[in-house]
Design a protein around this ligand. Structure first.
Ligand SMILES: [Zn+2]
Length: 92
């Protein structure tokens, strides 16, 4: 398992602020884009991640749906938190 995602940008794609639900598009350094869902109640928690099928999967090289990014959700979530991307994405 040599792949390591590197978060380079996060944008808000949608939200239901009443319920604390957010959808973000995460861009990775290798061009991969993922859709991630978060629930911020009681604290930011990544609940789902899926790769946008714009580019082949960087792990398995499929250009259709796969679950590879699931195993990197923890790494991506910690990068989003460390980079304070919530504040940046929500300020847009
Ligand atoms: Zn894959």
């Amino acid at each position: 398992m040599s792949y390591r995602p590197n978060v380079t940008n996060v944008t808000k794609a949608g939200s239901n602020e009443k319920d604390g639900l957010y959808e973000f598009i995460v861009k990775l350094a290798d061009g991969t884009e993922c859709r991630v869902f978060y629930n911020r109640e009681p604290e930011w928690q990544l609940t789902n991640i899926s790769r946008l099928q714009k580019t082949p999967c960087p792990v398995c090289r499929k250009d259709f749906i796969c679950k590879c990014m699931d195993q990197f959700s923890g790494d991506i979530a910690s990068q989003i938190e460390a980079g304070q991307w919530f504040d940046k994405a929500l300020a847009q």
